[in-house]
Design a protein around this ligand. Structure first.
Ligand code: EPS
Length: 392
């Protein structure tokens, strides 16, 4: 929603090019930020059972080129750079100037499910590498870096975010976390960021089986956010609605084909009395709350103050080591699709990417409501709103 956005960002970078750049514009001055805050999330995104060989090559680390001085933002655009280590192996193939040697990695056989074919038609390329280099989920590294900055911003307002894996293929976690702390405690050092350890073992075995067969798998991740004040987003106009903005953010992640808020899909099959969360009032804490949270923390496209729960549904990765049928774009003959090095399942990484895009969306919405030029001003506005809510 760039037209309304208080916080804007751009990313650039090809998967095997020299590196990835992000520029974040609209951050207030005085936000404490370190390289470590960003590197922690970059490292988290690289983990997960089912990832391919590339993650052994990369060790994503950020360089902050602008917008930060002595550990505090300046209010000027923040520029983040992350190098691709694999660039060393692709200098001729991905050279910004004319290549010095004949190309060896030209792609002519588009992979079903990938951007290859339509991207080639649209941008008029005869080498589909031009498409896959940017459509690659390598790009999510940039968004995780920006998300880490937004997470840091939201922390100062008491907002905490945790992502976890709910499902891989047909295997669904039966145990569910009930706090962000529970997610971090139980999933941070696990192979698939799954809260249910028994099912996680089965998920790992299923991914191994898919890999052996040259196949791939998708799944579902959930992002859980605590500490939100009621009234972030708005019901008054379509492009202010927080549910729509979250949907755009989640669906823009590579391979995400669906999203859900709270028990959204279940609700479509149930009676209203089984769906809506009854309202109660806590006299001591002086706040309204819900007796359940099936709405996933959103009513009328605004936060309710209950935890926000959103899910992303990933299709299986479209590079198959046992490739599907395709057509060569030059000869028009039937062929097996091109095989590029790839992951078998990237759901654990997707949970971290989901955290990032949710953080970016929420930071923008917080700035819309409490915006100021400095953190002091934003937090003053925030405190005054909290007092208004308490006195309601
Ligand atoms: C990807 C293909 C693989 C993944 C990549 C996403 O890259 P490569 O072809 O270099 O092995 O590793 O993901 C990343 C590089 C990353 O950082 O997540 C694709 O086609 O989308």
């Amino acid at each position: 929603m760039q037209s309304l956005s208080r916080l804007r960002y751009l990313t650039s970078g090809e998967s095997h090019g020299p590196g990835l750049t992000s520029i974040v514009e609209g951050l207030p001055s005085g936000l404490s930020l370190s390289v470590e805050d960003i590197n922690r999330d970059l490292a988290r995104r690289q983990k997960g059972h089912g990832r391919g060989g590339r993650m052994k090559i990369e060790k994503d680390e950020v360089t902050i080129r602008a917008g930060l001085r002595h550990g505090k933002t300046l209010g000027s655009p923040l520029c983040l750079l992350i190098e691709n280590r694999d660039w060393q192996n692709w200098q001729n193939e991905m050279s910004p100037s004319e290549p010095t040697e004949p190309l060896k990695r030209v792609v002519k056989r588009p992979r079903p499910g990938h951007a290859d074919l339509v991207g080639g038609l649209k941008y008029h390329f005869r080498d589909l590498r031009n498409v896959l280099e940017r459509s690659s989920a390598r790009e999510t590294t940039s968004r995780v870096a920006v998300g880490a900055v937004c997470r840091r911003f939201l922390e100062d307002f008491g907002v905490k975010i945790g992502g976890h894996v709910l499902q891989v293929g047909p295997l669904r976690a039966q145990q569910r976390p009930d706090s962000v702390k529970a997610i971090w405690d139980k999933t941070e050092d696990s192979p698939l960021r799954c809260f249910d350890k028994k099912v996680e073992g089965q998920m790992v075995a299923l991914i191994d089986e898919a890999k052996k067969k040259g196949d791939s798998l998708g799944g579902i991740f959930e992002v859980y956010v605590e500490g939100l004040v009621p009234g972030i987003g708005s019901y008054v106009h379509w492009d202010r609605k927080l549910d729509g903005r979250l949907a755009q953010a989640l669906l823009s992640i590579q391979a995400v084909k669906g999203m859900e808020i709270g028990e959204g899909y279940q609700g479509a099959q149930s009676f209203g009395s089984q769906v809506h969360d009854e309202i109660a009032y806590d006299d001591q804490a002086k706040h309204f709350y819900r007796l359940s949270n099936r709405a996933g923390g959103l009513e009328g496209s605004m936060t309710t103050g209950e935890p926000l729960l959103v899910r992303g549904f990933l299709k299986p990765i479209s590079t198959l080591y046992k490739p599907l049928k395709t057509v060569d774009i030059d000869t028009k003959a039937e062929e097996a699709a091109s095989v590029e090095r790839s992951d078998t399942c990237a759901i654990a990484a997707a949970a971290v990417i989901g955290e990032a895009v949710v953080a970016i969306t929420l930071a923008d919405a917080y700035l819309e409501k409490f915006g100021g030029d400095s953190m002091e001003e934003c937090l003053r506005n925030f405190k005054s709103y909290q007092e208004q809510i308490k006195a309601y």
